[in-house]
Write a protein that binds this ligand. Structure first.
Ligand code: DC
Length: 654
């Protein structure tokens, strides 16, 4: 698998490129919610940014205030809020300007008081617009005094120190500027990333232990110097989920290859590798890649001070479910002030799975379940909760019981750092087809089954199979190839070889967009004809089965529940009175500017129902175990809700 870019590096180099002079090209940039707010903020401040793929060309502000006033919305991105606060406070103190920084509600619960205090000590003027010590903030003017050390607390979040170090080169000074850390500095590896990237931008900082940092006096014309181009490593925290996956599930002697970070990474979370090895993972690596496979099994429980890997340590907590004994993770108080209170969230969700959990102010202890429970995992708008708990779905591997599904609620929260997380996971982890849930939807023509099925798929994040489109595609392929309409063998051969793909709302046949062609009347007539031939139906079965992929499938069409997916966990037969269906079709036609007569539409539908019910091959009939839904008087939303309620009843989640 290939990792997305590192969030920590992306947002640091975005800011540095935005503050320095000239143009910097960033490669391998992470595209996610957190980097998007940083990009938007830099644009609002006057930077020029051109995107292309995962690269960005940024022309920076050369340390000048280009836009004297701005209101910046920074979502829930600590890596944007803290450094931008520092940079704008210093800029406005030296050059004037007034800037407001705000975020989502949770951002306004994440502390920033220690940074505000440090910046005030330096002479910046900052107003807290909500609660003291928390965003939203306004920074406006002041007078810098760099003759005294800037003092900042280091034991709540290392981002405060990072923010100062990134911003202080803006405080042009005749003498050296000193930063002193109060309290034990946490998450030191993140400071190493900051120092490393500052050095790439020409800023050398001397450090004495982790207590004192000295910026040399700014040489004339100095300050940040763009490196011209800079490549962003893959995200080492994101790698942790795949390292864990390899340690748990790569058991057939083949390693899972992870591309984007190697053992030489500048990111502190690469040290997760050591922790994973301690639990039993076999990891090897080179520049930009890691190979991971199962070593010891079951995994070994560990006791570990996780201060150096606070984010990746969450992955250890889930690996602990697969270990022998009790795992104890300590020195993780910072978990409580992250995207959510991660100690409380982790404890609550691990317990749902059946694990024994003891939590304290700054530690967590996990004993694996004796009996696993299927669980719906709440994610608290925290990307890492969603990603690490996806590993709970591997529970069948323990052999402790039958495989139980895990449901991840609000999975799109992974967009914060890894928008394609689940797609990537499913590209390297397969399930037995029989274990992949299927919902089959059928019903007479114009019952609205296609609309319902597509809406269900979207609500559940499942794949969607419009099986009628396959018959239409076979018909279209036959016409394109000039095959005679009654050449059953030739059409069945074409059907078996269909090169059909559904991409972003379009249907591609042999690489060509055929979305509109499939809806043509003549294609529909031929589709109806060939769909009554057993050899064509048989030829399409393999293709239909191939749509059964993680995390699930909603399949719509004639024999989905009776033939193709007989074992579907839920089968819905949608009906509506002929009068209602005729009225709907009438409305659709009118909307397209086609005039029609309701009575004759109704007669056509009734005749078609009779034909479909009476045909010997794949007749229109509900599967025996189908639930009937008459949606004559229901809105689409109400129908979707009803089916989702049925689905919930069939799922084992508490
Ligand atoms: O739903 P539709 O109009 O796109 O379907 C095209 C034709 O294929 C239609 O005549 C019904 C038929 N069909 C079928 O026989 N079996 C399916 N599973 C889906 C559609």
């Amino acid at each position: 698998m290939h990792l997305p870019g590192s969030k920590s590096i992306s947002n640091r180099v975005l800011l540095l490129a935005g503050l320095c002079a000239g143009t910097t090209t960033l490669h391998g940039l992470l595209a996610s919610d957190d980097t998007q707010v940083m990009l938007d903020a830099l644009r609002a401040l006057g930077c020029t940014i051109e995107r292309s793929g995962d690269s960005a060309r940024i022309t920076g502000l050369a340390g000048r205030v280009a836009v004297p006033q701005a209101k910046l919305f920074l979502g829930n991105a600590g890596t944007a809020m803290r450094p931008l606060t520092a940079a704008l406070a210093v800029l406005s103190a030296t050059q004037g300007g007034e800037f407001e920084l705000s975020g989502v509600a949770r951002m306004h619960e994440r502390p920033i008081g220690d940074l505000v205090d440090a910046l005030r000590g330096l002479g910046c003027r900052i107003d807290e617009l909500g609660q003291p010590g928390y965003p939203p903030l306004r920074v406006h003017g002041g007078t810098l005094d760099t003759t005294r050390p800037v003092r900042v607390r280091g034991d709540v979040s290392s981002q405060f120190l990072t923010a100062l170090l990134l911003a202080l080169p803006l405080a042009a000074s005749e003498s050296a500027v000193v930063v002193e850390v109060e309290g034990e500095l946490i998450s030191k590896p993140y400071i190493e990333i900051t120092l490393n990237l500052l050095a790439r931008f020409g800023i050398v900082i001397e450090r004495e232990g982790w207590q004192r940092f000295t910026l040399a006096p700014r040489a004339a014309g100095g300050g940040y110097r763009s490196p011209g181009e800079i490549a962003v490593e893959g995200d080492a925290s994101s790698a942790s989920y795949f390292i864990a996956l390899g340690a748990i599930a790569a058991s057939d002697g083949r390693a899972l290859r992870i591309e984007g970070v190697g053992l030489d990474s500048i990111q502190g979370d690469i040290r997760f590798v050591d922790a994973a090895r301690a639990m039993g993972a076999q990891v090897s690596g080179g520049p930009g890649w890691l190979d991971v496979q199962r070593g010891r099994w079951p995994l070994r429980a560990i006791e570990l001070d996780c201060n150096h890997i606070p984010d990746a340590a969450m992955t250890l907590a889930v690996m602990a479910l697969f270990a022998e004994g009790t795992t104890r993770l300590t020195n993780i108080a910072s978990w409580r002030v992250k995207e959510t209170d991660r100690i409380a969230a982790m404890a609550a969700e691990l317990r749902k799975l059946g694990a024994g959990v003891v939590e304290g102010a700054d530690f967590i202890e996990i004993t694996p379940p004796q009996t696993w429970h299927a669980a719906a995992i709440s994610t608290y708008d925290d990307h890492r909760m969603a990603m690490c708990f996806s590993l709970a779905s591997l529970n069948a591997i323990t052999g402790a019981g039958p495989g139980l599904p895990a449901r991840i609620l609000d999975p799109r929260c992974v967009g914060k750092t890894f928008p394609d997380y689940f797609e990537t996971l499913f590209s390297v982890a397969q399930a037995d087809a029989a274990a992949i849930p299927v919902i089959a939807v059928d019903g007479p023509s114009a019952s609205g089954k296609g609309t319902l099925a597509a809406a269900l798929a979207s609500a559940l994040g499942y794949h969607y199979l419009d099986s009628g489109a396959l018959y239409r595609a076979a018909a279209l392929a036959a016409r394109n190839a000039g095959v005679a309409d009654d050449d059953r063998a030739a059409i069945a051969r074409l059907a078996a070889m269909l090169d059909l793909r559904f991409e972003r709302g379009a249907t591609l046949l042999g690489g060509r967009d055929v979305t509109d062609a499939l809806r043509e009347e003549a294609v529909g007539v031929l589709a109806s004809k060939i769909s009554a031939w057993p050899e064509v139906r048989g030829a399409l079965v393999a293709l239909q089965l191939s749509f059964r992929r993680l995390p699930g499938l909603v399949a719509d069409g004639r024999d989905m529940g009776t033939v193709v997916f007989k074992d579907a966990k839920l089968k819905v037969f949608l009906t509506a009175s002929a009068a209602e269906r005729a009225a709907r079709r009438h409305k659709q036609l009118l909307a397209k500017g086609i005039s029609a007569n309701i009575e004759s539409l109704r007669a056509d539908l009734e005749a078609r129902d009779a034909r479909d019910r009476g045909r010997s091959v794949a007749p229109l009939e509900p599967a025996q175990d189908a639930l009937l839904l008459d949606n004559s008087g229901l809105t689409i939303e109400a129908s979707v809700e009803q089916v989702l309620a049925w689905w919930q009843e069939r799922c084992p989640f508490r």
